[in-house]
Design a protein. Structure first.
Length: 274
């Protein structure tokens, strides 16, 4: 998992924390083999993401290697070296800018042929890729060169998770309350997410916030209800932004309420085992 997790930081979106929690809980139950976590700049610095990821691993009582990554576009790092060394058959879940992955592929050109890649970004419906047009393209815009390089490579398998699809899974106060009762890992998520809920209320007058990165994690675990994937063209603006000339395999639909219950069930089983 390559992430710019900011759950536990003073600022930055907390959604990566939900995705990492799902993977950690599944790993604790033998449902997933987590090869490691690498961090990248984005929601916060790569160093702060490393601290946040380690804290969540501690809350889950899962021993996991957490490798620091790039702090800016165009840089190699310990994370890119670790990704380049991943064995054949590994699935790479990318939740932040693709800087680490681009550097890994530059160092090890054969890497895409042996890995499956899941990436959060793009959209199917907006009129443009950047603010103020909806939805804002965060991960790809933070390092456009890396996104262009990575998405045109011949991966063993590639799945894109468009923002206008995954944003349908949201968390509100009642859902955070349920999380807090789901054991130490759920409690860590709930406490770390309160500031993001307050921000949504203050800036967007919204009583909930999107959990962009959780559907891809659940999908990787085979736990995303009613998931539907098709090879699809992205919206015209993001195609131009990424210079993509071909359809990309995308998640185009899922059951948001079912996804939330699936997530709670994974966390609940983890809590029972402790």
């Amino acid at each position: 998992m390559d992430t710019d997790i900011a759950l536990g930081a003073r600022r930055g979106d907390v959604d990566d924390g939900f995705a990492l929690a799902a993977i950690l809980a599944a790993a604790q139950g033998g449902r997933a083999d987590l090869a490691g976590v690498s961090t990248v700049f984005g929601n916060t610095t790569a160093a702060e993401s490393q601290r946040c990821a380690r804290a969540l691993c501690d809350a889950a009582a899962v021993a996991c290697r957490v490798v620091p990554g790039a702090e800016e576009p165009g840089r190699g790092s310990a994370a890119s070296e670790a990704i380049a060394d991943l064995p054949a058959g590994t699935e790479l879940l990318c939740l932040g800018p693709l800087t680490n992955v681009a550097a890994a592929c530059a160092a090890e050109p054969a890497l895409p042929g042996r890995l499956s890649l899941r990436v959060v970004g793009g959209n199917l419906s907006s009129r443009g890729p950047l603010a103020p047009l909806w939805p804002f393209e965060f991960n790809f815009a933070k390092d456009r060169a890396a996104a262009r390089a990575v998405l045109r490579l011949p991966w063993k398998a590639l799945t894109l998770y468009p923002l206008d699809v995954v944003r349908r899974l949201r968390a509100d106060s009642s859902r955070l309350d349920r999380l807090a009762a789901a054991g130490p890992l759920g409690d860590a998520l709930a406490r770390g997410s309160r500031r993001w809920l307050a921000r949504a209320m203050r800036l967007r007058h919204s009583r909930s916030f999107p959990i962009w990165d959780l559907p891809p994690a659940l999908d990787a675990l085979g736990a995303l209800p009613a998931a539907r994937h098709v090879s699809s063209d992205l919206a015209a603006g993001i195609r131009r932004f990424l210079r993509l000339r071909r359809p990309v395999p995308c998640l185009v639909d899922f059951d948001p309420d079912g996804a939330w219950e699936s997530f709670l069930a994974i966390l609940g089983k983890s809590a029972l085992r402790r």
